[in-house]
Ligand binder design. Structure first.
Ligand code: AMP
Ligand code: MG
Length: 429
């Protein structure tokens, strides 16, 4: 059994976990299956976009210099010598007072250096011939989408680790990525421990509760970009829990257990880590909820022992598991983004340990306000549904009042940040 339980500051605990966290391997997937995956390589433009000067309008390609003296009083005539749509290339080189009728997206013909929009040309058709009259001058380069104006060859466009969304897919398709190199998702096992646990489809029984943690963690893993594997629930029985944990480790990249990590008579996880010979990184963190959160490393794999209390379990995942998943997925900003916000009601409890309060952050007139939600107990489950942020109240602070400036972790935002803990934890008022 673990004898000493010395709490370490939350920033240090996160650091210990991140120091042993790894980067994932990569795999190729078809572009259509790459949505929400993480790019494994930086995308560099291998050609200019556009790859050729092209017309942004339907109109006429001419030599600008021929139109210099055109005016209402002195309309100039150009003979239309060719007609091209997007995808076609004119074989003609435009000469003096010649024009090529051109559609949006078509390559600018040789010799032309400006496009006259269709509505600015007076088109005259006679005996199968077409000519246009211009009543104003056009200037070289006007109305031309220049080669390389969107991006130039060699430009670093999207860094490795970026989450692929529809916009990123547009770029990948543009550069011919029929298959995309992405990071393999970490496979993360979940074992819920507790003799009191029922399956979610079971009717309630006296003294029992439904296993909500496994489903919640399953979803949190998916939100973070990992691949969850629900390995079921275990009664609080040392031998069977030990066997289940040992067996699970070989099937996954990390293992999350919930419950059994405290100091109660049936909390076997500390002893299981000991029997395994796992290296316990910490077994107590100076935080609420979830001070009993324990993380160990075994055979190069992280074993997360999260509290069984739903809110503590939720917070433990956000603080310790999420950055490990993001780091695996090559994100260089694996931590939840933080903002400053105004507290919208009193929170008068003192904070002997750093407190993470489930909260709802909203924006009003460009300012962020944070509202603690529901029951502030680690056992609360109802508050989780309205939580979009964690309000951080650093340890050693007294109560906070409405209007105080506080730090919030924006746990639902895809965009993350670099190491935030020095700033967050020194933000006490
Ligand atoms: P433990 O961490 O095992 O001491 O559990 C702390 C509290 O969380 C107890 O009240 C448990 O009943 C509850 N709990 C444990 N596991 C779960 C779970 N999987 N889903 C919901 N509540 C749980
Ligand atoms: Mg338990």
């Amino acid at each position: 059994m673990v004898v000493t339980r010395k709490p370490i500051p939350v920033g240090q605990a996160v650091e210990r976990v991140m120091n042993v966290s790894k980067k994932g391997e990569t795999e190729w997937v078809p572009l259509e299956q790459s949505l929400h995956r993480h790019l494994a390589e930086t995308i560099i433009a291998d050609h200019d976009i556009p790859a050729f000067d092209r017309s942004p309008y339907d109109g006429f390609a001419i030599r600008a210099e021929d139109s210099i003296h055109a005016s209402k009083e002195n309309p100039l005539t150009f003979h239309v010598v060719d007609h091209i749509g997007a995808g076609s290339v004119s074989e003609k080189k435009i000469g003096r007072y010649e024009a090529v009728r051109i559609m949006t997206g078509a390559k600018i013909p040789d010799g032309a250096d400006t496009i006259v929009m269709l509505e600015l040309a007076n088109v005259i058709s006679e005996n199968g011939n077409e000519r246009i009259e211009l009543k104003r001058p056009f200037y070289s380069g006007d109305n031309i989408s220049k080669k390389g104006e969107d991006t130039a060859e060699g430009e670093r466009l999207i860094p490795a680790g970026t989450v692929i969304d529809s916009g990123v897919i547009a770029l990948l398709a543009t550069f011919g990525y029929a298959a995309v190199n992405v990071v393999k998702k970490p496979k993360i096992g979940i074992i819920a421990t507790g003799t009191e646990l029922l399956d979610i489809s079971d009717p309630l029984e006296p003294g029992k509760i439904r296993n909500s943690n496994a489903s919640m963690i399953y979803a949190q893993i998916q939100e973070a970009g990992g691949e969850p594997l629900n390995l079921g629930k275990m009664a609080d029985h040392f031998d069977s829990c030990y066997e289940a944990v040992k067996k699970a480790i070989d099937k996954v990249d990390f293992l999350i257990t919930t419950g059994g990590v405290s100091v109660g008579d049936f909390d076997f996880l500390p002893a299981i880590y000991e029997r395994l010979g796992a290296n316990v990184l910490f077994n107590k963190v100076g935080m609420r909820p979830g001070s009993v959160t324990t993380v160990a490393e075994y055979k190069g794999k992280l074993l997360f022992g999260l509290s069984g209390n739903p809110s503590a379990c939720f917070v433990g995942f956000e603080l310790f598991v999420k950055p490990v998943i993001k780091n695996w997925l090559l994100s260089d900003k694996p931590y939840s983004l933080y903002h400053q916000a105004t507290l919208s009601k009193d929170f008068l409890k003192a904070n002997p340990f750093t407190r993470f309060v489930r909260s709802s952050v909203s924006s009003e007139n460009g300012k962020l306000f944070v509202d603690p939600v529901g029951l502030d107990k680690s056992s609360s489950v109802i508050s989780l549904a309205s939580t979009n942020a964690l309000l951080v109240l650093p340890g050693g602070t007294k109560g906070y009042q409405k209007g105080d400036q506080v730090i919030v972790l924006m746990i639902k935002e895809e965009r993350g940040c670099e190491w935030p803990w020095d700033i967050i934890l020194s933000s006490s008022k």
